[in-house]
Design a protein around this ligand. Structure first.
Ligand code: PHE
Length: 366
């Protein structure tokens, strides 16, 4: 290659000088691009290494690489300095005078998910259910195995689980995870309380999934009853009573479809009847169309056994559903992602007054 030998010390001096005089992050970035960008001068020099004879390369490569490191370091140093200056300038100018009178009434609102959780707690408290909770970081046994989902079970694949790395494992060395459903609270309750058990467990759950109706974090509510002589009739009455109270309509119709969950046997998926009005809105009630709202079933004997209880004495039912979905249905929101954007306009529109405490006598959503 017939090229003039670049004057590296001069180039370094020029670049350092340009870095020094940069007075803004944008100007500094322009220097970075000029030196290290795709067609930057140093990048160009590094590219010439490939065409050199081996001896020449051994000699030139360290020099060019040293230049690159020096410039990278100088850029980083100057960047930190400019960022510090920018922050100080903002701190000096962005003052708030706390003695000024308030111009607007404070407009905080209760998020629809919080409101619906309170509504659910109110409805189930009236039926004699207590609220139970469990950790969001779960171990393999509570989230899967005790729920009759052993390691090789195909249901595990359907859960899109977020696992922790090797530094966060259970006592058997298996990775911990973000719970994929609220069902592990069934296990935690059965292993820590004596039956009879009547609980609901609302809370955050996580799956690696994201579109208009799925977010990686979402909310579920679990219900669990363990008592003597519990039948599917109790399950049916409880869910009917719950959904009528929740949707505040006496004409809520349910359809029980056979389903499959490893932790319930038999299992039923529950659809609620609805129609679409002339404005395209979903109206719950009737039996024109159906949508699935709940998973449920009789607690599997194996789950009762795993929790150290005798399944010949204790029976029960369980159900689970998405709280965000219930909120969307009841209050007419169509994009789940907006729930978690923290957009004040959305919150003002869909949020509830803090005084709007759900009560059964007032209609839970009144
Ligand atoms: N855990 C189930 C899910 O996340 C829902 C469910 C709960 C089904 C309890 C039956 C009984 O899909």
């Amino acid at each position: 290659m017939n090229q003039e030998k670049p004057d590296l010390p001069q180039l370094k001096e020029d670049l350092i000088a340009a870095i020094e005089v940069a007075t803004s992050l944008d100007a500094l970035d322009a220097v970075r691009v000029h030196a290290l960008g795709k067609s930057g001068v140093i990048t160009g020099l590094l590219k010439t290494l490939g065409g050199m004879a081996p001896e020449q390369r051994t000699e030139e490569a360290p020099k060019i690489q040293a230049l690159r490191n020096d410039i990278t370091g100088a850029l980083a140093g100057k960047k930190a300095e400019l960022e510090r200056e920018e922050l100080e300038a903002r701190l000096a100018t962005e003052k708030q005078d706390m003695t000024l009178p308030v111009r607007e009434r404070p407009t905080g609102s209760v998020h629809p998910v919080g409101q619906v959780m309170d509504e659910l707690a109110e409805i189930f408290a009236d039926l004699g259910f207590a609220v139970a909770t469990g950790p969001e970081i779960e171990d393999d046994w509570h989230n899967f195995t005790a729920l009759n989902i052993p390691p090789s079970h195909p249901a595990r694949a359907e859960h899109d689980t977020f696992y922790f790395g090797e530094d966060r494992t259970d006592e058997k060395g298996r990775p911990m995870m973000l719970r994929t459903h609220t069902s592990p609270v069934q296990i935690r309750t059965m292993t820590s309380q004596k039956p009879p058990i009547y609980i609901i467990a609302p809370g955050r759950t996580y799956r690696s999934d994201s579109d208009a109706t799925h977010t990686p974090m979402f909310h579920q509510i679990e219900g669990l009853v363990i008592d003597r002589g519990i039948t599917m009739g109790h399950l049916k009455w409880t869910l009917e009573t719950f959904l009528k109270a929740f949707f505040e309509r006496g004409d809520v119709t349910l359809r029980f479809r056979p389903g499959y969950f490893p932790f319930t046997e038999p299992s039923a998926e529950i659809d609620v009847g609805y129609s679409v009005d002339e404005k395209g809105r979903t109206v719950i009630g009737g039996a024109e169309k159906w949508m699935e709202v709940l998973g449920s079933g009789m607690v599997n004997r194996r789950v009762i056994e795993a929790c150290g209880l005798d399944p010949d004495v204790w029976q029960g039912f369980a159900f689970g559903t998405g709280v965000d979905r219930l909120a969307m249905l009841k209050y007419g929101m169509d994009d789940l992602r907006a729930f978690f954007d923290g957009d004040l306009r959305w919150l003002r529109h869909y949020g509830f007054s803090a005084f709007d405490v759900p009560t059964l006598s007032g209609g839970v959503g009144a």
